[in-house]
Design a protein around this ligand. Structure first.
Ligand code: HEM
Length: 218
């Protein structure tokens, strides 16, 4: 996957070479992740950005309204129809991409050897395409803003690129890109009082909220 990712990212950066003004999200952070994942899945090049447009529409929420919009529901159907047609096409013309591998895969369960159904392959492909692309876009968008606001931290990364992995981890921690997975804990919260006399509540089974402190003072 790394060679595909490197080639795609270099392609986008080459297009921006020499540009004085560009939109770091629209011209880079938004379009490149889906190009990589869709390429690995085996989506034809001409259709890859459309996957992102459908996903954006599906994830769009109006203020104070957690429900999917009518346009989002239409996009959901359109994306599902697209992947069903793609899987049917790949069953007819097997390729060496990920969808081809999922079609060829044999799964052993209870002594029987099974093949994945179209629905299973479509659901996995759409999960991968959406889970992996908009999270990366948001991580980068957050990073651009944070480093712009903290030029001293940016300087440290530029001066020592060996810090890049830690910088990514820190942006993930500080401004988590994925904050709307609702989770509830099956374990009882633990209550305690710290040295400063603050009452604290510790929830152990929370996911998707990396920048919310584990112990929340009350
Ligand atoms: C900054 C980047 C990313 C962040 C912050 C992120 C975050 C998350 C979170 C919070 C979940 C939910 C975990 C849960 O259910 O408890 C998740 C699930 C998932 N992510 Fe990511 N992710 C990122 C990148 C990616 C990439 C690049 C891919 C694939 C190419 C990917 C594929 C998936 C898949 C397939 C799931 C569902 C796993 C499952 O339910 O079994 N993610 N991710």
């Amino acid at each position: 996957m790394e060679p595909v990712a490197g080639a795609v990212i270099r392609g986008f950066l080459d297009d921006l070479e020499g540009e004085v003004h560009f939109d770091a999200v629209a011209d880079f952070a938004a379009p490149f992740p889906v190009e990589i994942i869709a390429a690995v899945l085996g989506v034809p090049e001409a259709d890859r950005q459309q996957i992102r447009h459908w996903t954006d529409e599906i994830l769009f929420r109006r203020p104070n309204d957690p429900s999917t919009t009518p346009a989002g529901l239409e996009a959901l159907q359109a994306r599902r129809r697209y992947f069903h047609a793609l899987v049917a096409d790949k069953r007819a013309h097997p390729g060496d991409d990920m969808i081809g591998s999922l079609i060829a895969a044999e799964v052993t369960a209870d002594g029987a050897t099974l093949r994945l159904t179209d629905v299973e392959i479509v659901e996995f492909a759409t999960l991968l395409a959406s889970a992996g692309s908009e999270t990366v876009t948001k991580l980068l968008g957050n990073a651009f803003v944070l480093f712009h606001r903290n030029p001293g931290e940016w300087r440290k990364v530029v001066d020592d690129p060996g810090r890049i992995p830690n910088a990514v981890e820190e942006v993930l921690r500080y401004w988590a890109p994925s904050q709307y997975q609702g989770r509830y804990s099956l374990a009882w919260p633990r209550y305690s009082v710290d040295e400063a006399g603050c009452r604290r509540v510790t929830m152990s089974n929370v996911a998707g909220f990396a920048n919310v402190p584990v112990g929340v003072g009350s």
